[in-house]
Design a protein around this ligand. Structure first.
Ligand code: CA
Length: 229
């Protein structure tokens, strides 16, 4: 039997921790929990969990700061953010802070577990692309989740990397939005086509010289997107 994967929950509301712990343990995960940000960071450092569920609203430090600190400790551990807010800006800020995915409260525990499984599936997939790829003036590292453009390095979120990886595997060919949704986000996650478009906009801003006139991440009208490295 494979060793149990450990999931760290950083959340101060006991009923949410209890519900998640029961369901995750039932699904075969080992569960650790912390009610404060600092305690969570210390547990992550000591226990090196396989994934982290992080609440945005904590009593001591806010979730964005906790997320950035967790990312400094470990560049690749999947972080799923819980947020009571539904504003797009909060979500974008969470993803920019290094979260891989987020779930808005009140959430279904089943959906959270499905997302967790999708994150692990993607992490286990054998890379079909080289570790580093040049796209125009940008260098993308699919393993380090970094992007270097004209000497400036930045961190890419999990979905940004997975989206680029899929487009890179099929460079020069159009990839449909439906295929991107099912392969990158997983059908059970239930995102919309707009999710794909929003991530494309973010990636163009990071990679393209002129995001409004893209040369590398091209729109295939009525279908999807195509990468021309
Ligand atoms: Ca909370």
């Amino acid at each position: 039997m494979a060793p149990k994967k450990t999931i760290l929950i950083i959340e101060d509301e006991p009923h949410i921790v209890l519900g998640l712990r029961d369901s995750l343990e039932f699904e075969g995960f080992r569960v650790l929990s912390a009610g404060k940000g600092r305690e969570g960071i210390a547990l992550a450092r000591a226990e090196n969990p396989d994934a982290i569920v992080l609440d945005l609203m904590l009593p001591d430090i806010n979730g964005y700061a906790v997320c950035e600190e967790l990312r400094r400790l470990n560049a690749v551990v999947p972080i799923l953010m819980l947020t009571a807010r539904s504003q797009e800006m909060d979500k974008i800020r969470g993803l920019d802070a290094g979260a891989d995915d987020y779930v808005t409260k009140p959430f279904s525990v089943n959906e959270l577990i499905a997302r967790m499984r999708a994150i692990f599936r993607r992490a286990a997939r054998q890379p079909g692309t080289p570790e580093v790829m040049a796209i125009g003036e940008a260098q993308v590292s699919f393993t380090a989740h970094t992007l270097v453009v004209r000497g400036h390095e930045q961190q890419l979120s999990f979905y940004e990397v997975e989206l680029l990886r899929l487009l890179a595997e099929r460079a020069g060919q159009p990839v449909s939005r439906d295929e991107i949704l099912s392969k990158v986000w997983g059908l059970e996650a239930g995102p919309t086509n707009r999710t794909v478009d929003n991530f494309i906009v973010k990636l163009r801003k990071k990679i393209e010289l002129h995001a409004e006139k893209p040369q590398h991440i091209l729109t295939v009208y009525g279908f999807g997107y195509k990468l021309v490295p």
